[in-house]
Design a protein around this ligand. Sequence first.
Ligand code: SAH
Ligand code: SF4
Length: 357
Amino acid sequence: MDNYSIYDLTFEQLTAWVLEHGEKKFRAAQIWDWLYVKHASDFDEMTNLSGKSIRLLKEHFTIGTLKERIAQKAKDGTTKFLFQLTDGNLIETVLMPHEYGLSVCVTSQVGCNIGCSFCASGLLRKNRDLTSGEMVEQLVAIQKRLDREENGERVGHVVVMGIGEPFDNFDHVMDFLRIINDQKGLAIGARHITVSTSGIVPKIYQFADIDWQINLAISLHAPNNELRSRIMKINRAYPIEKLMEAVDYYLKKTNRRVTFEYIMLKGINDHKEEALQLAALLQNKRHLVFVNLIPYNPVEEHSDYQRSEEEAVAAFYGTLQKKGINAAVRKEFGTDIDAACGQLRSKQIKKAKVRRS
Ligand code: SAH
Ligand code: SF4
């Protein structure tokens, strides 16, 4: 067995594989349908395939390797999953019930090397990238769980905002997006998918050059280089001017709106001055951008950061509004379960270390 996951393949790759192995082209469509429409868990379920085809698939691929270790459901219906990968690594995925439907927040790497100073995921350096199949499986595993509950619910939105920096795992993330966007499969519409980046500038250009309608979110968090470099060291490599040039290129190329994420950190980036700077920074593209003000989820290890006071958030929002910048304060999900993304995983790893020592 080659031990590749069948979920790693885009439809084009599966078709090429099928042809290479002497099968008819329509086999690929049949297999795809079993994987992404019927949500099969085993090759043996694929009853319209010949025994020989099933054996061939089994020889080359695995199907479904994620193990659900924990599922925490919050009062608002948000469910946070801790999955174990075949090599024992742990990742998190979150299912969120929005008024417009179910959305899943997907992890793209085991840990993160970008090391933003406020983030739980960055505490543990990157162990490895996820394969495209491991990202696809996060969705498939959750969809299968929903199927079992039999209330006809379907995941319709995806955000790549879990652990990791998606643009540091660019090729796998792009394949993942192609797979979940495929109309004959999971069919998650491009406009319903958002990828969030800390601002890896060359990859923003590359992303803009792909001809699709997937949304881009930029984690800005500070409106000037001095402050941004202090809280996000990636800003030293890709300062705000370069980031904005890349955003301008993206806007021109795609005609899509860009979302800027801005975590509200008490006494750090939440003053009127920063609101005015942010408004000035975005003024020339204000019809094309949207600012998401994000309540900070406190992380034990980063005790120097606290969530901004409600009045500070309201005042910041008000300043942006007055300057004509579209903004919203992000709704929080699952506040009664482990809050920040990356926390459930880092807690489990800490527990395991305590058990071992
Ligand atoms: N690496 C990508 C995507 C994953 S992080 C990125 O940084 O954009 C997804 C979002 O969660 C980012 O905007 C990130 O800054 C934010 N985030 C990280 N830690 C957080 C915390 N403790 N509370 C609230 N948001 C946080
Ligand atoms: Fe990585 Fe994003 Fe966390 Fe920064 S905020 S450390 S880029 S996951």
